[in-house]
Design a protein around this ligand. Structure first.
Ligand code: SF4
Length: 306
């Protein structure tokens, strides 16, 4: 660690204590950001951590929908983002109008909304999900129900295939996970024949099909930790390498392709987190009427996942 990094870490930890702030970070954050967080996890466990902490101030090191989720679940707490421009292009592809138009055509349908969506979209959806619980939630829906899965067509397709169920899909997908391509993956597998392929279900269907395991970031970390294998080809954002290597120093992790970087996740830095706590900004707000409706879909997710 450079001495300037040490200074930033000390400064941040001091501020965190002074503000009694609870810091929640996603596994796709920079290693130094993950290392100063109170909690590091996937979207689902981040939402639960926000709900469970007794701290009144929460700093979310993740993209905007993650901070919004914390606000929706804990409206009485102060939720801060170190970088208000950190967003998810896939989440921004869909609007509440898209959902309402579908509902008008199919009034009896059930809208299952991936957590990667703006609060306004959650507010008009029936139930939220994350990659860790989407299949479990859809399995709990009535067998004959017409389901609209939004906005990730790859995740929706992969779940529909796994459950052998017909699901209507929105057209968006994650530009980072789209970078994992079958030919590169197979080439890596030729070079590392003993390596297990672990991918996120936001990847293309043909990639998920050849993987040894597809799951959320948390599930990938658990799989690698309990597997007898010594090497793994990883098909998700490069931030996950940090917790994987920390927890498994004797194992080898090979990224499926060089371009597995989410620029929005990486736009959060220690400097910005210090600024955020120093000035208690930027506070994330969700309008009350939207918040109350969106909370129903999120609470349903938590209920159906248990
Ligand atoms: S990795 Fe993909 S889904 Fe996640 S925040 Fe970045 S663009 Fe959105």
């Amino acid at each position: 660690m450079r001495s300037s990094d040490g200074y930033l870490v000390d400064r941040f930890l001091k501020l965190k204590e002074e503000r009694s702030a609870y810091v929640i970070a996603h596994y796709y954050q920079r290693p130094e950001v993950q290392d100063v967080a109170d909690f590091v996890g996937d979207s689902y466990s981040m939402a639960l951590a926000a709900r469970e902490t007794s701290c009144q101030t929460i700093l979310v090191a993740g993209v905007d929908f993650m901070a919004e989720t914390a606000v929706i679940l804990c409206p009485e707490k102060t939720v801060l983002t170190p970088e208000p421009e950190a967003t998810c292009p896939m989440a921004n592809d869909i609007t509440a109008r898209d959902v309402l138009e579908y509902k008008e055509r199919y009034p009896d349908s059930i809208v299952v909304c991936y957590v990667n969506t703006p609060a306004e979209v959650k507010a008009v959806s029936d139930v939220c999900c994350t990659s860790s619980n989407a299949a479990k939630i859809i399995e709990k829906l009535p067998p004959g129900a017409r389901i609209f899965f939004i906005p990730d067509r790859h995740l929706g397709h992969n779940i529909a295939h796994r459950l052998n169920r017909s699901i209507d899909l929105f057209h968006s997908c994650c530009p980072t996970h789209e970078e994992v391509r079958l030919n590169e993956l197979l080439e890596l597998k030729r070079r590392y024949p003993a390596a297990k392929i672990l991918v996120h279900p936001e990847c293309r269907p043909e990639v998920v099909e050849v993987a040894d395991f597809a799951g959320s970031t948390k599930a990938i970390i658990q799989y690698a930790g309990s597997s007898d294998a010594d090497s793994f080809i990883i098909g998700t954002e490069c931030g996950i390498l940090h917790p994987l290597q920390k927890a498994n120093p004797g194992k080898e992790f090979i990224l499926a392709t060089e371009d597995l970087i989410c620029p929005n996740m990486k736009s959060i830095t220690l400097e910005k987190m210090i600024h955020s706590l120093e000035h208690m900004e930027t506070r994330v707000e969700v309008e009350e009427s939207v918040r109350d409706k969106a909370r129903i879909a999120l609470e349903r997710m938590i209920e159906y996942s248990s």
